[in-house]
Design a protein around this ligand. Structure first.
Ligand code: TLP
Length: 342
């Protein structure tokens, strides 16, 4: 039986070519900033993002968390969308590690507006926790890979500057936003004080993320990376995978977007399924299931029995993610299984 694993773009395994490239990497001790391959990657991403400096970190979670700690003081709060990855899938780390609380607001498809952020700011009063940071997510995972409109980013950035508040972007899949819109990584990054980007999602590297910001910020982030166990010594082997991915896999992201849409089109007319096409913008497809006909859990189970793997994202929602290991034939097979099951 064919297996089509659409649970996440984190599932990709390094290709033979990537493994060979990793084997040849020059390495050194990165805690002493002496790993030439990590240094090369950091310089490349600093340049690509238009920021002064970059720091290689082990994961998207670590990237977000070192930034949160480097921006805030214990007792402060972070304003972010209720469905943000930081608020839902990072183990409560902002409270655990940085001692900050989350002030979540209800975004529309993951998009919070400047007006909403402004309303959530705390007045300077001894009773209130003080706002320490604003975080956005692009593309937005739980909203189904939705791209943050640049104009709204610009408005929130203006507000943040006016209020002297730092602005962080969880850009785990910023590559996808950039591939879909043609807006450069640098243009997206210029509105933020820090951005974290992942190599182990659509780009297909086995490990690794990076954070960017100004030199002084990255120095503080370096301190927290060490504190969080992220000083990985001869990590150049991993940075090599990221460099390989940037050269060979970045240009393929648009194919993932096309395949996610292909799947959406293939299942949209089926009984029990509804797809919001406006939200199918990149490599993630989230669709609704009519609970009167079938639950999301039951459908995921039935699909899984025929080799098509997906995640439930709530009682009536299912997520499917296209990635490097998914071909057009895999999507056709998945659509065929949907038709049989429903
Ligand atoms: N997301 C994973 C799961 O944690 C849900 C996935 O399968 O999509 N920011 C965003 C927007 C993410 O989607 C993820 C991973 C992260 C951060 C964390 O990255 P890692 O897993 O490298 O810590």
């Amino acid at each position: 039986m064919r297996t089509v694993d659409l649970r996440s773009d984190t599932l990709t395994r390094p290709t033979e070519e990537m493994r060979r490239y990793m084997m040849g990497a020059e390495v050194g001790d990165d805690v002493f900033a002496e790993d030439p391959t990590i240094n090369r990657l950091q310089e490349k991403i600093a340049q690509l993002s238009g920021k002064e400096a970059a720091l290689f970190v082990t994961s998207g979670t670590q990237g977000n968390q070192v930034c949160i700690n480097a921006h805030t003081q214990p007792g402060q709060e972070i304003i972010l969308d209720r469905n943000a990855h930081i608020a839902n899938y990072e183990c409560g780390a902002p409270a655990m590690l940085a001692g900050v609380q989350l002030h979540t607001i209800e975004g529309k498809n993951g998009i919070i507006t400047a007006e909403q952020v402004e309303r959530a700011l705390r007045p300077p009063d001894d009773h209130y926790p003080q706002t320490g940071l604003i975080c956005l997510e692009n593309t937005h995972n739980r909203a189904g890979g939705v791209i943050y409109p640049l104009e709204e980013i610009r408005r929130i950035s203006e507000l943040a500057r006016r209020k002297k508040l730092p602005l962080h972007l969880d850009g785990a899949r910023l590559w996808n936003a950039s591939a879909a819109t043609g807006i450069s990584i640098a243009e997206y990054c210029r509105y933020f004080d820090s951005v974290s980007l992942c190599f182990s999602k659509g780009l297909g590297a086995p490990v690794g993320s990076i954070v960017v910001g100004d030199r002084e910020f990255i120095k503080r982030a370096h301190f927290y990376r060490k504190a969080y166990g992220g000083g990985i010594r001869q990590g150049g082997i991993l940075a090599a995978a990221a460099l390989f991915a940037l050269e060979h896999h970045l240009p393929l992201l648009k194919e993932d977007h096309r395949r996610a849409r292909l799947l959406a089109e293939g299942i949209a007319g089926l009984p029990a399924i509804s797809v919001d096409f406006a939200a199918v913008q990149t490599n993630i497809l989230i669709f609704e299931v009519d609970p009167k006909k079938i639950t999301a859990d039951a459908l995921v189970k039935k699909l899984g029995e025929q080799g098509v793997k997906m995640f439930t994202f709530g009682p009536t929602r299912i997520r499917a993610v296209a990635h490097l290991e998914i071909s057009d034939e895999d999507i056709e097979y998945a659509i065929g299984v949907f038709k049989r099951v429903l």
